[in-house]
Design a protein around this ligand. Structure first.
Ligand code: GDD
Ligand code: MN
Length: 377
């Protein structure tokens, strides 16, 4: 007799090829007697993770693979996987063996009992451990981010940043369109988005060391809480990504002015009187171009680290290529920037206002194009 599907386990993957087979074996052992399927949501990993998932699926039809082309991001991969199953209950788990599949039956029992709306594995609950993780820096950072996250969402969990949880699929589907899908904080996002207070069961987790490959989210954990904070208060008015881009852009403004001042006032000894530098037009435009170029490079680095942390370009070649693409995208923006400023200056508008208008026009253009071409895939 065919058993009705009970549970789907969604596992986002990015270069986890070597981890898949042993993981499926562990799932199989842990979930004996349960009708389950596993969905790997792979962002077109270069190591052939999707091919490996399909190879396993040929022998074991409980395994499925979603290969996303031209997209990146843990949270959005998890959401997509959760929306892709017919199973009434869905779990999200890392594919690198840091999450022990042995917790799944207990979590499933908690949800199936109807007594809980969410079950999740906590690295910081009583009885949990992070020793094997071997990353005291990350433990500290996570603890800090968690305490802030708790205050922001008002949800009292020991580990709201956990990437290992289970809930009825219908709950997720009701609210999927309201989830932001930015970054890594998928559980936090669900907690902050779902309207009704959730009855949560916590499972202490022995957070293991990663089996094969390397972590994709170093340095971003503390930053997650800032995103969560923003998302909760303003995310629905101005999208998180645009706000981040804008914030980085605002810092770029400071950099551009600082550079302009450095070149004109410090290096060339020009005076700044009544809102105007004493330099001639050409000198000013050259200085402004240098300043804008430096500000652009600064913005590229910061956007790569923060705004697109979930799609971060890594390694010398991708970074150089990304920078070149960003420069290309911004060059038209730069023309707008410099041109508008020059035009306004000719109309005897205050230099600072002229520079500002140029910057605002350019940043709208830059956001639209760079999110599509530089970090779009
Ligand atoms: N599809 C997809 N796209 N998968 C991704 C991406 C991505 O952009 N980035 C990471 N993953 C996958 C990894 O392949 C792995 O299976 C899982 O998501 C977790 O990524 P890791 O890179 O191993 O994260 P970590 O171990 O450093 O971070 C852990 O702690 C975070 C909070 O501190 C994880 O448990 C996270 O889920 C958790 O949010
Ligand atoms: Mn991991």
């Amino acid at each position: 007799m065919v058993q009705t599907l009970q549970l789907a386990i969604v596992m986002p993957t990015l270069n986890e090829r070597g981890n898949l087979r042993p993981l499926v074996a562990r799932l199989d052992a842990a979930l004996a007697g349960i009708a389950w399927e596993a969905i790997f949501v792979d962002d077109n990993s270069r190591d052939g993770t999707a091919d490996e998932a399909r190879a396993i699926a040929l022998e074991d039809p409980r395994i499925r693979c979603i290969q996303r082309i031209g997209r990146r991001g843990l949270a959005s991969a998890a959401i997509e996987g959760m929306c892709a199953t017919a199973a009434p209950i869905v779990a999200v788990m890392d594919a690198d063996h840091q999450h022990d599949p042995k917790l799944l039956p207990g979590m499933l029992a908690a949800i199936e009992s109807g007594e809980y709306d969410l079950a999740y594995a906590s690295r910081f609950a009583e009885g949990a451990s992070t020793e094997a993780w071997g990353r005291p820096d990350r433990v500290k950072a996570s603890g800090f981010a968690n305490s802030i996250a708790r205050k922001v969402t008002g949800v009292d969990l020991s580990d709201p940043m956990s990437g290992y949880f289970m809930l009825p699929t219908a709950t997720l589907r009701c609210d999927a369109h309201r989830l932001s899908g930015v970054g890594f904080k998928i559980l936090l996002d669900i907690l902050a988005t779902v309207d009704a207070p959730m009855r949560v069961k916590e499972f202490p987790l022995d957070f293991a060391a990663r089996a094969d490959g390397e972590s994709k989210l170093d340095r971003t954990v503390v930053f997650e809480f800032l995103i969560g904070l923003y998302d909760k208060w303003l995310g629905r008015i101005i999208p998180t990504r645009f706000a981040l881009f804008g914030t980085v852009g605002a810092l770029g403004v400071a950099v551009q002015f600082a550079m302009l001042w450095l070149v004109l006032s410090v290096f060339l000894g020009e005076r700044f009187v009544y809102g105007h530098w004493s330099s001639d037009e050409t000198t000013f435009n050259i200085a402004n171009t240098i300043a804008a170029l430096i500000a652009m490079t600064f913005n590229f680095v910061l956007n790569n680290e923060l705004t697109y942390a979930d799609k971060r370009l890594r390694g010398v070649w991708p970074l150089c290529k990304g920078w070149a693409q960003f420069a290309l995208t911004c060059s038209l923006g730069l023309l707008t920037n410099i041109g508008a400023t020059a035009a306004l200056k000719r109309m005897h508008i205050h230099d600072v206002i002229a520079v500002l208008v140029g910057i605002v026009l350019a940043s709208v253009w830059n956001f639209a194009l760079s999110s599509k071409f530089v970090w779009g895939k």
